[in-house]
Design a protein around this ligand. Structure first.
Ligand code: ZN
Ligand code: ZN
Length: 234
């Protein structure tokens, strides 16, 4: 359902960010600077607007957005709409794009998720990740080619996403979840969450893992299960 520029966590070789297209819309979830050379290679034929959904403001999730806005404005001639789940994130992103990145005011706009309506957008899903970002960490529920896609962003709990998956009356369900090989309280430690994910899969949810800190280790742990690691664009 989703395509990925990268699948790593903050200290990995690449950083997790995903995208999909829907008609004239290109939708990205987060955007780190290391994804930019891959972003440039995308076919923008027929695309009229680029949307970026923000999960939270850690650098591995937002470091490339300023550059993307400049590129979309000067080269692609496409408007960028940043979708922010909270007023605080909106305030911080505005400061970043306006004062630090110096983006042209006509190059982008920022809209709150509560005022955002698109057929592919279902809802932002609040979650818990880093204490410094309490109240400002989100995943997303999306409709991609008539499938429910739930994207966790960075989280230390699966609970809000399981609740959301169960609340939606859509036959085909996909969960893209972060996972961690090392036990840190801000992420989903695989040893604590593997059984929960396998139970969800038993119930018919297609599950992909992303935001990997140690792909080799995670790959060996999920071997023999139907869990998949996301593929990245060349
Ligand atoms: Zn991250
Ligand atoms: Zn984070």
């Amino acid at each position: 359902m989703l395509k990925f520029f990268g699948k790593g966590s903050a200290f990995a070789d690449d950083n997790t960010c995903a995208y999909f297209k829907d008609g004239k819309d290109m939708i990205l979830i987060d955007f780190s600077l290391e994804a930019f050379p891959k972003f440039r290679k995308i076919d923008f034929d027929g695309i009229e607007t680029i949307y970026i959904l923000i999960t939270h403001t850690h650098g591995d999730h937002i470091s490339g957005i300023g550059t993307l806005i400049h590129y979309a404005y000067f080269i692609l001639k496409l408007p960028v709409i940043i979708v922010s789940p909270t007023p605080k994130i909106m305030e911080h992103m505005t400061y970043l794009f306006d004062k630090l990145e110096g983006c042209h005011k006509d190059a982008y706009s920022i809209v709150l998720t509560e005022n955002f309506h698109k057929h592919w957008f279902i809802d932002a899903i609040p979650t818990i990740h880093a204490e410094t970002h309490t109240g400002n960490c989100f995943g997303y529920g999306l409709l991609v080619k008539n499938n429910l896609v739930v994207y966790t962003g960075d989280t230390n709990t699966l609970e809000p996403f399981i609740t959301f998956l169960k609340s939606q009356n859509i036959d085909c369900k996909y969960l893209y979840t972060e996972i961690s090989a090392y036990n840190k309280d801000v992420h989903l430690y695989i040893e604590d969450n593997l059984d929960i994910l396998l139970a969800l899969q038993e119930q018919g949810v297609n599950i992909y893992v992303m935001h990997l800190d140690d792909e080799q280790k995670i790959s060996s742990i999920i071997k023999g299960t139907d869990l998949k690691i996301v593929d990245t664009q060349p």
